[in-house]
Design a binder for this molecule. Structure first.
Ligand code: S3P
Length: 210
């Protein structure tokens, strides 16, 4: 990339950081959508710290997610997930990758709307299944019909993920290309006129970050 390209990238990153303030960029979407891989790349482009919520939960519990599910059940995991996201949102600006179920929690969605800009990486169920079929670390897919489980989760979750501020399709291109598209989409998002921001369904409600 020439000097002009680099200068444009730096200016774009500055505009995004100014628009973000203390808010974080929060990746949402299904397991296997690429939230962590793409999130890391977006963080690097904007020179922001990156945190993976699942990793933070495992660190706080000193247990793996399958162990937490097996020992205490999903409801306990969800409670920890909500609390960890609340804490991380108070430490922005940074880039967060959330676990696939996190955005389904209304309290978490409200906290993200207040303290973050949400980005949904949308991927077709077949793509997710191909990426996840040899993985053993997703308790929700541990049953006899993981493909059916993915389809059911997609049906239930996609209308909710669609509430995110930005939607980016996970296409059959490199994660670097997807990360570049997201940075461009964030730049457009912050360039919206104030009236459009106020009218948006996800306009941040008044109130402080957690
Ligand atoms: C889950 C997704 C996982 C993890 C847990 C539950 C879900 O995170 O939080 O296994 O409900 O979709 P990833 O989306 O990072 O795989």
């Amino acid at each position: 990339m020439g000097n002009d390209g680099k200068r444009t990238d730096v200016q774009r990153a500055r505009r995004i950081l100014a628009g973000l303030g203390v808010r974080s960029i929060v990746f949402v979407g299904m397991m296997g959508a690429g939230k962590t891989t793409v999130g890391r790349r977006v963080a690097a482009r904007l020179d922001l710290p990156f945190a993976d919520v699942d990793v933070e939960i495992e660190r706080a519990a000193a247990q793996t997610i399958p162990e937490i599910f097996a020992e205490y059940g999903e409801a306990y995991f969800r409670d920890g997930e909500r609390r960890v996201i609340g804490r991380l949102l108070g430490e922005g600006p940074q880039v967060l990758a959330t676990g696939g179920g996190a955005f389904m929690n209304a309290e978490t969605r409200a906290a993200i709307a207040r303290c973050g800009v949400s980005v949904w990486i949308e991927a077709a169920p077949e793509v997710l299944f191909q990426r996840l079929r040899h993985k053993t670390n997703r308790p929700l897919l541990a049953g006899p019909d993981p493909e059916g489980a993915i389809r059911r989760l997609v049906e239930e979750r996609y209308p909710v993920y669609a509430l995110a501020d930005l939607t980016v399709p996970s296409r059959d291109v490199s994660k670097d290309v997807v990360a570049d598209e997201i940075v461009a989409a964030l730049d457009r998002f912050f360039a919206r006129p104030p009236a459009a921001v106020a009218a948006a369904p996800s306009a941040p409600p008044a109130g402080d970050c957690p």
